[in-house]
Design a protein around this ligand. Structure first.
Ligand code: KG4
Ligand code: ZN
Length: 334
């Protein structure tokens, strides 16, 4: 079979990214233009600013990626794009760019779900083996997914309220830890101790998660200590919070592995960069003979490499979109 070169486009949040990936596993070139510095002064992503910046940058990022790869559009087999879920205005920019390119160059257009992209970031590390359990942890998702085979996604549990990344970011904000909170809470956690009494989040027989109670407990603790004039140790608070999160995520993930009798675990999404999650799952997987794959740090947060990798599998399975592909702010993974 001829080599398949997918040009992936990702613009679902605050990264404008384009990448070319060969056969779903080999990164040829990637450009990621992050808007993080712009949004940092607002303490979070401002959707209107994000979509305007995507509009300003998308053409340049596409051209830069092709130049970096020393390729032209003629060398590209198909174009894959994140159609959702995400910020609608941001998604629209990527979808419009992708469908326009596909039309002009008469290339197949392949729709990719953002979370499928996060999952297939793992295929850039090593060939994914099935069946597997995927723990998806990002700013918008906390899901346990059973994959019997390539591109088959069965959600077995998910968060009932806040996504884990969202909880990290809110905890950071209340503890006056600057945006983006997640990575900094993780860093502080490594310097602290688990000293604060925080509740264990939803420890039941389901594969669902709930982080709002834990998040509220942190908020109450900070406010109470402030009222008493006591200083809160950010390091210890971060460590106590992270310990609760990591314990429950790893406990339910390992139970899913056991029940579904799989030997492969992958972790996906921005929070897959978390040091606590990575080390705890490594320890537990080593103990039980499970193959653990985590994406390298550059593939954890939003990027188009993962979209092009997932796009390859969607393409080979015949998934196609028309030039009228619609962006979707919400959409279940199927
Ligand atoms: O996947 P992603 O880039 O965007 C979404 O699709 O949501 O994930 C971003 C989320 C943010 O909430 C960020 O704070 C969190 O991932 N994050 C982390 C870490 N690195 C990024 N959370 C905890 N520990 C980290 N090291
Ligand atoms: Zn993401």
């Amino acid at each position: 079979m001829n080599d398949v070169f997918i040009l992936g486009i990702e613009s679902s949040c605050d990264e404008t990214s384009v990448s070319i990936v060969k056969n779903g596993e080999e990164e040829i070139a990637t450009v990621v233009l992050s808007q993080m510095d712009t949004h940092a002064s607002y303490g979070g992503v401002v959707p209107e600013i994000a979509s305007r910046m995507h509009v300003e940058n998308i053409t340049m990022v596409i051209e830069e990626c092709l130049t970096k790869a020393s390729m032209t559009m003629e060398d590209i087999t198909a174009i894959a794009v994140t159609y959702g879920p995400g910020l609608i205005g941001s998604l629209l920019v990527g979808v419009t760019a992708a469908s326009t390119l596909a039309y002009i160059y008469q290339k197949p257009l392949v729709p990719v779900h953002h979370i499928a992209g996060h999952i297939y970031a793992n295929n850039l590390e090593r060939k994914m083996e099935f069946p597997l359990i995927a723990l998806v942890v990002s700013g918008g998702h906390t899901d346990l997914i059973y994959m019997k085979e390539n591109y088959s996604f069965e959600k077995i549990g998910g968060t009932l309220d806040d996504a884990v990344g969202e909880a990290y970011d809110k905890v950071a904000r209340v503890a006056s830890i600057p945006y983006p909170g997640g990575p900094l809470v993780d860093k502080l956690s490594q310097q602290g101790k688990d000293t604060y009494k925080l509740p264990t989040p939803l420890d039941d027989d389901s594969y669902n998660f709930s982080f709002s109670g834990l998040k509220s407990a942190v908020i109450n603790l900070v406010h109470n200590e402030e009222q008493r004039g006591n200083e809160v140790s950010k390091e210890d608070l971060a460590c106590s919070f992270q310990t609760r999160v990591v314990d429950i995520l790893s406990k339910k993930t390992m139970r899913a592995i056991d029940q579904y009798q799989v030997h492969n675990l992958i972790v996906a999404g921005g929070v897959a960069a978390n040091s606590g999650i990575r080390s705890k799952l490594k320890e537990l997987c080593d103990q039980s003979g499970v193959n653990l794959t985590v994406p390298s740090l550059k593939y954890c947060t939003d990027n188009a490499t993962m979209i092009a990798a997932a796009g390859y599998f969607a393409y080979t399975m015949g998934r196609r979109a028309g030039y009228d592909l619609k962006a979707k702010a919400t959409d279940p993974l199927h």
